[in-house]
Ligand binder design. Structure first.
Ligand SMILES: Cc1cc2nc3c(=O)[nH]c(=O)nc-3n(C[C@H](O)[C@H](O)[C@H](O)COP(=O)(O)OP(=O)(O)OC[C@H]3O[C@@H](n4cnc5c(N)ncnc54)[C@H](O)[C@@H]3O)c2cc1C
Length: 482
């Protein structure tokens, strides 16, 4: 398990590891779920709550990959930006999909209570900050989210953002008061416990090696047992492999790494007072304060599996780049997990053939979207809910195998480099504007003292010069000359 640190594994619920049980006898169920990540466990919980007999088969252990290593931020929406979604499927369908994504977030909230999952530590509010100075775009985005997509949002001016995050890296912000964060690992293991309580059976160390989805009763083969089920739900993300290799190949695996710092004491409060999750508009950084004075921070990505420990230095440097006033930070723990990204950026949710379902490709935003997928699929199987068809425009597109992965990394770096350049340009322009303001004020003052008129203002660097206006042509050019 090269992509997950040993220390991260140690932090997994010891109880959950003890209870691990491998499937060693044949079984007949209504629904067989492949994969015990967020997606598979939500399908299992919902289907069991609705009365189906459910078996979850997990090749390693519950939350082994991304689901056990996420940061616990629950936001509305998808990995694909809302503007791109509208361009692809139109306004009305985007509204429907957006509304489903909000329902996914509310589903997590309904389960993430202290009564159902003790220690879940839910706290409210997340801030999306812009790496570039685009205040004008912010207003239209707020209008769209608030009015057209009925999502509670607040626009934060640069001053307000920088009052709570003392860095010149970020400009405006969109605050989501209904977004929230939870202890991500507790949620994952809590889901497993809730699913078991509802009657689902979870088998670990039980990889599915092949499936035969033809016929009414489908066959599932594991190394030490066989199952028969009316429905199979493939929730194996990028590791699905042999049972449906071609499906795995529609995902571009991206390994994302995260760390938690050692306690930073009072210096953390000097650079950051915002208590919710912060994500930047380019998807580079994602962080929040945990345990009062530590930072939990996700940033680097690769398209190959690497040892997370290798990225401790990179994450520490990234934190210092964003918050130089923090000084040196020590990293206490690093971990990582692989997310599956689709070519179009939207998750794969739906029925591949009668009784064969897929819930995958949730990318970086898997908490609300996998919750929604779990609900949609369980309700479709048991109640005939057909809303999963809203995802039909996002077909299964081959992600290019190893070549695609290399290309993906290049595109990733290119995107990030582009974002970094845009951010640097925005900061440069801002500094130039400040310098220009000071210069102009000095000039006005000097002219006032000298009793002369200031010369025409020059535009600051990076801004287009205003077009020179012609003087209005008088109706009577020979007029009185006023
Ligand atoms: C560092 C990091 C931080 C993140 N932070 C956030 C966040 O704050 N908010 C958010 O919304 N999202 C976040 N994400 C994304 C989120 O974690 C993922 O989108 C989500 O966990 C995907 O869930 P999944 O169930 O599809 O996949 P997985 O977690 O990969 O689960 C799939 C499971 O299926 C099993 N499996 C695969 N094939 C087989 C087989 N053949 N037989 C049996 N079992 C099989 C695997 O072993 C695995 O356990 C983060 C991700 C990372 C890596």
């Amino acid at each position: 398990m090269s992509e997950i640190s040993a220390s991260a594994t140690n932090r997994n619920d010891a109880a959950a590891l003890r209870e691990r049980s491998r499937l060693s006898f044949d079984l007949d169920v209504d629904i067989c779920v492949v994969g015990a990540g967020l997606a598979g466990l939500t399908v299992a919980l919902e289907a069991a709550r609705l009365g189906a007999s459910v078996a979850v088969l997990e090749g390693r252990h519950v939350g082994w990959n991304a689901s056990g290593h996420q940061l616990g931020t629950v936001m509305p929406g998808y990995s694909l930006p809302i503007g791109d979604l509208i361009a692809r499927i139109g306004f009305e369908d985007t509204r429907e999909l957006w509304s489903l994504s909000k329902q996914g977030a509310e589903y997590v909230r309904a389960n993430a209570t202290e009564e159902l999952i003790p220690g879940i530590a839910l706290s409210e509010g997340a801030l999306e900050v812009s790496n570039v100075d685009v205040g004008d775009q912010l207003i239209s985005r707020l209008q769209m989210l608030g009015e057209d997509f009925e999502t509670e949002v607040e626009g934060w001016q640069v001053d307000r953002v920088r009052d709570q995050l003392r860095t010149d890296r970020y400009f405006h912000g969109v605050y989501y008061p209904r977004a929230f964060q939870i202890d991500g690992r507790k949620y994952l293991h809590g889901l497993a416990a809730l699913a078991k309580r509802a009657g689902a059976r979870i088998f670990e160390d039980t990889p599915v090696v092949s499936i035969d989805p033809s016929g009414i009763r489908k066959r599932i083969v594991t190394p030490s047992a066989r199952l028969r089920a009316s429905h199979i739900v493939l929730a194996g993300n990028i590791h699905l492999g042999a049972p449906l290799q071609r499906l795995s190949e529609t995902l571009l695996p991206v390994w994302r790494y995260a760390a938690v710092t050692a306690p930073l004491g009072e210096r953390l409060a000097e650079v950051m007072t915002f208590q919710g999750s912060v994500t930047d508009s380019d998807g580079i950084d994602h962080f929040r304060i945990v345990e009062g004075d530590r930072l939990m921070w996700a940033s680097p990505e690769t398209t190959w599996a690497a040892r997370p420990e290798r990225f401790a230095g990179a994450i520490a440097r990234r934190i210092r780049t964003v918050f130089p006033r923090l000084g040196k930070v020590d990293i206490a723990e690093v971990w990582g997990g692989a997310v599956g990204q689709t070519v179009h950026g939207m998750p794969q949710i739906g029925q591949l053939r009668r009784g064969l379902w897929v819930a995958s490709g949730f990318g970086r935003q898997g908490l609300n979207t996998s919750a929604m997928a779990g609900q949609l699929i369980a309700r479709s199987i048991l109640w005939g809910d057909e809303r999963w068809r809203l995802f039909s425009p996002f077909e299964l597109v081959w992600a290019g195998g190893p070549t695609g992965r290399v290309a993906g990394h290049v595109v990733g770096i290119w995107g990030r480099a582009g974002s970094a350049a845009a951010g640097a340009l925005a900061r440069y322009r801002e500094r130039a504007r400040v310098r220009e303001g000071i210069r102009e004020a000095r000039l006005v003052e000097a002219n006032r003292q000298a009793g002369t008129r200031p010369p025409q203002r020059r535009p600051p660097p990076g801004r287009p010069r205003p077009e020179r206006r012609r003087p209005p042509v008088a109706a009577n050019p020979e007029g009185d000359g006023g």
